[in-house]
Ligand binder design. Structure first.
Ligand SMILES: [Zn+2]
Length: 239
């Protein structure tokens, strides 16, 4: 595939998770000329609204809006993301095929078991993907950097990506999931109306933007320490 290897891959449990947690960042990187991709572990067959086919079409449209060069969904059962050997191999194969320098994983704690399991599964798959003696049909590869998208969990991020210029487009990518987000009767007890979603998404982006002194932000956490070359270039005002 001409779009491979990727510079940045976002891995998420469900279609629309990447749009919600790191979509602005993926778009920003694509606008800078990097090749970005999204791997969804599941296909959304357990969703209250729409079918897996609806969600596949919507995911493709969302990827187009975010200017992602690559998107795929594995066949791990929706609502049953488990950190098994087979699933680790499936993800490791994708890591080797797409060869990202940076991998975005969900944060490793959360309300939805699929989300935190996807985090551990993704990390362990990266480890496997680098093992030279593991034959998966593509050359070994590990991402240089793994960062965690923390939007779904109340934890202090270690850095924010300024998505002020990407916020509106990122919101449009979420609205591409028409079967999920358009005002309609089916499952209306579960799903807030579009205006409510907009208010919620904007409040979160504002909150994280405020932490970094910008309008809209997306939160991330890295396990490693930060490295600084020039003290005068450290962003975010202290006082
Ligand atoms: Zn999800």
């Amino acid at each position: 595939m001409a779009t491979l290897p990727l510079d940045i891959l976002g891995l998420a449990a469900h279609r629309d998770d990447a749009e919600q947690t790191c979509g602005g960042t993926l778009l920003k990187m694509a606008q800078r000329g990097y090749r970005t991709g999204i791997l969804d572990l599941t296909q959304g067959e357990m969703g209250t609204r729409g079918t897996a086919d609806d969600r596949a079409r919507e995911a493709a449209e969302a990827a187009r809006i975010l200017q992602a060069s690559w998107r795929a969904a594995l066949d791990i059962p929706d609502g049953r993301v488990e950190n098994t050997w087979d699933n680790r191999l499936k993800v490791a194969r994708v890591i080797r095929e797409t060869r990202p320098r940076v991998l975005i994983l969900p944060y490793w704690k959360g309300r939805h078991p699929d989300h935190y399991t996807a985090s551990i599964l993704g990390y362990e798959a990266c480890f496997l993907a680098g093992l030279g003696k593991l034959d998966l049909g593509a050359a070994p590869h590990r991402p240089f950097k793994i960062i965690y998208a923390t939007l779904y969990y109340d934890v202090r991020p270690t850095f924010i990506v300024d998505i002020s210029d990407q916020f509106e487009t990122r919101f449009q990518s979420l609205m591409a999931y028409k079967s999920q987000y358009q005002d309609q009767a089916a499952g209306s007890e579960l799903f807030p109306a579009q205006a409510e979603i907009r208010a919620r998404v904007e409040a979160m982006a504002r909150h994280y933007g405020l932490l970094a002194g910008v309008t809209y932000g997306e939160p991330f956490l890295q396990k490693e320490i930060g490295l600084v070359e020039d003290l005068t270039l450290i962003p975010v005002a202290s006082i």
